[in-house]
Ligand binder design. Sequence first.
Ligand code: SAH
Length: 370
Amino acid sequence: MTTLPTLPMLQPRRGKPPRHFTDLDPAERADAVKQLGQPAFRAKQLATHYYDHLTVDADDMTDLPAAARDSLVGELFPPLLTKVTQLSADDGATVKTLWNLIDHAKVESVLMKYPDRATLCVTSQAGCGMACPFCATGQMGLTRNLSAGEIIEQVRLAARQARDGELGGDPVRLSNVVFMGMGEPLANYAAVITAVRALTSPPPEGFGLSARHVTVSTVGLVTGIDRLASEGIPVTLALSLHAPDDELRDELVPINARWKVDEALDAARRYFDATGRRVSIEYALIRDINDHAHRAELLAKKLNARGDGWVHINPIPLNPTPGSKWTASDPKVEQEFVRILRMHGIPTTIRDTRGSDIDGACGQLAIKER
Ligand code: SAH
C-alpha cells in the first residue's frame, strides 16, 4: 500500500507577514530608507504620514519626491490587513471588523464609541492557546502570533475610521486601546510591546495615546507581567482572574496550573508598585459557577491582604458562547456579588458589554467561516 504524499498547496498557508515600517525601531527605519536610496530623514516623514495622518497612500505623501514615493511605500508599507466584513451594532457606535491576513488567517477588532472616548479592542494572536473553556477564541486553539505591524495596522485603520466619521457621523479621536480581542497578549510579548510603544509614543513616532488609556489584559502570565512592569510604560494591566480559588480557576483558566491565584495576584500587586497604575481584575460572572457570595468574600480578602487602593474589579456578565453549558449570572446574584466586594472597600464596576448581537463582545471573537 502506498501512502499519498501530502499536497503542500492544500495545506493552509501559515506564514510570517512581510516586514512593515511599524515593526522597525527608528534606527532600523532610517537604515531601511537609506537602503532604498533615500536620506534617513525620510523615515520621519513616513512616520508622520503613518502615525499622524494615518495614511499609507503614496499619493498623500506630497512632501516626498514623486519618484521615490512608490518604492518607499511598496517596500515599507506592504498591505497586512484586508477588510473582509464589517458589522455594526448599538446604532452604529460599535463596529466589528473581520480582517484577512496575508496567510489567510482571520482576525477581528472591535471599535466602540462612548460619550467621552472611543475604544478599540485589538487582537494580538490568530486564535489563542490559553484554552479558557468559556471563551470562544479559547476554543479555536492558536494559529499564530500577529506581528507588531498587524497589531498596529488594526489601530491605524480604526483611528482613521473614527476620524473620518464612520462611527455614526462626527469625527471621533481614538483615545483608548484594549488588548482584549483574540489572543493572549503576553504570550506574544515582543510584538505586543512594540505595539504598545507605537501606541504611546508621541507623534511622529507613535499615535500619542496616554499610557493609562492602553490596557493589556492577561490570563496571568507572571513572567510577562513582571517584564511589562519593567518597561517604564505605565499601561493599565487587567488580570483575568474569574475565580479566587485554585480549584475553580484551574478549570476556568487552565494556565492556573502553572501560576496559581496567589502568584498571579502577587504579580499584579508588583505591577502596581512598579507603575502606580491601579490594576483591573476581570471577573466574568458565570451562573452557579463562580458567582457565589463566598467567592466574593474570598476575592475581597485576597485583594485586601495585598493592600488598599491598588486594584479595582470589573465583573462582566458572561457572554455565552455557542455550545457552552454556561450562562450569565442572575442579575440579583450579580448585584449581591458587587455589593459584597464594595462592602469590603474594593471599587467595583460592572463592565459594559457591547456588540453581543454581532458576536463582538468579550470572549465572543471567533471566526465562523473557516
Ligand atoms: N487573553 C487575554 C485577553 C483576551 S479576552 C485575557 O484573558 O485577559 C479579554 C477579556 O474577556 C478577558 O478578561 C477574558 O477572560 C474575557 N472573556 C473571555 N470570554 C468571555 C466571555 N464569554 N464572556 C465574558 N468575558 C469573557
